[in-house]
Design a protein around this ligand. Sequence first.
Ligand SMILES: Nc1ncnc2c1ncn2[C@@H]1O[C@H](COP(=O)(O)OP(=O)(O)O)[C@@H](O)[C@H]1O
Ligand SMILES: [Mg+2]
Length: 272
Amino acid sequence: MTDIDQAISKKVNRFDKKIDDFKNKIKDSEDFKVKDEVFDTPTLKALYKLSSKGYLDALGGTISTGKEANVFHALRKLEGEEQELAIKIYRISNSNFKAMQEYLIGDVRFRNIRHTKKDIVLAWTRKEFRNLSRAIECGLHVPKPIITERNILIMEFMGDDNIPYPQLREFVLTPEQAVDICSAVEDFMLRLFRDAELVHGDLSEYNILLEPESMTPVFIDMGQSVTLDHLNARDFLLRDVTNIAHFFAKYGVKMDVESSLEKIIQSRADHQ
Ligand SMILES: Nc1ncnc2c1ncn2[C@@H]1O[C@H](COP(=O)(O)OP(=O)(O)O)[C@@H](O)[C@H]1O
Ligand SMILES: [Mg+2]
């Protein structure tokens, strides 16, 4: 074995132990089924790979267990500094992959993928990475994606000291805050449409986090976001605008769905 091999093998062993500890932690605290569904052998192998390439040094606790994916906290050492990460792992044994298919069909970027469950989930993971990258390039406030491997997406952790920023729905806003945040969300939809040429597709108080000190919104969960040439892009945009208008109406903020939609679409026409 060369020195490099030895170093890698040491690291993998260490990581093995971490994964074991991690699996035990999950076993203690959560449903067995979820653990087995998420950490199947190919997923563990992909995690080893990411770890041996230096993308990941330690896995932490569960942040969220969603319908399609689990999100975990993790750490890596980068230039001597410890960096917090969020790791989203899409489950292959996924009950909702039929719905995923609808968002993929019609997206020219994913025209050639096979329609097996596995390929759809892997394409979905890459799609979220690409959507986040496009949004970042346009200066939008989303987690910076770092890398994908198989069904795993590693991205910037939006939070502090292990605690993710809370979701918008968890706050009680003052009327002034509601007005400001509503207009920041409208601005996000407009710039995502005009500059990144995407529609979020699942925008709601669940997929918007708020940085508590500045009350700045952070937009997450872009796996389902579609390009504007998608057959249903306009419907998805209408749904996003409607969700947001509905949420802020509770705070007395009047947002007219029709004119907001019109403004977003027109901004792109003016831009071209
Ligand atoms: N980059 C991130 N930083 C911090 N927390 C995150 C991050 N991404 C997701 N989360 C947390 O995990 C939850 C679920 O993530 P999300 O991407 O919305 O997945 P799902 O498809 O399960 O809804 C979010 O509501 C948020 O609390
Ligand atoms: Mg979500």
